[in-house]
Design a protein around this ligand. Sequence first.
Ligand code: 8X3
Length: 254
Amino acid sequence: MPTTPSSIAIVTGASSGIGAATARHLAAAGYRVVLTARRKDRIEALAEEIQAAGHKATAYPLDVTDRAAVNEFATAFKTVGVLVNNAGGALGADPVATGDPEDWRRMYETNVIGTLNLTQALLPKLEASGDGTVVVVSSTAGHATYEGGAGYVAAKHGAHVLAETLRLEIVGRPVRVIEIAPGMVRTEEFALTRFGGDEEKAAKVYQGVPDPLTADDVADTITWAVTRPSHVNIDLLIVRPRAQASNTKVHRES
Ligand code: 8X3
């Protein structure tokens, strides 16, 4: 493992889905995980669950878009081994012609500015570890567009560009930048949030798709990338279910 087993791994958006699964996996790999998300009850319950399994976890309620709160959060650490920028998500699936600019703004705020806030605040601490890793959980939406996706696609392209640029800018310093770009992942909240709680629309996303990825699949991928020897930088890893050949070519059985 590149950083010492007891080093700190901070996971944003750890209250559900990929973030929660990543916290579990990194804790099992030996990291002291710090769970952050807005929903205090959820991250506290997860921290207790991880502790009950014999691992180290603490919860810290945080809104990644609140820059002052993020800066305050960062003061709690001297060194940090891993930062997983996972907080984000999609709002709406409207065409460009009718998309809500407020949705677009909020998606940019969480997916890009949130990642910027955490990364800026923690970069000195990651560097101080002598062996830090920044993970950006982007999306296949950060690499190609699809109809109805523009607001989310634009935001995830932003997250991708942040990761690529940061890697260029800090080369030579002891911090890796890893981008994990998941495709179709069925989690309890992603599609439901996107469609404002409309369960029917959310279910349609995965309808007939044999075995979409799970949050555990992505957490496993993140943990694998993070635990490579420190001279190995997995720049970008695109992970999709076998049934998804591209953002727009999905095999459905019904
Ligand atoms: C999720 C992938 O296809 O919903 O990040 O944009 S998709």
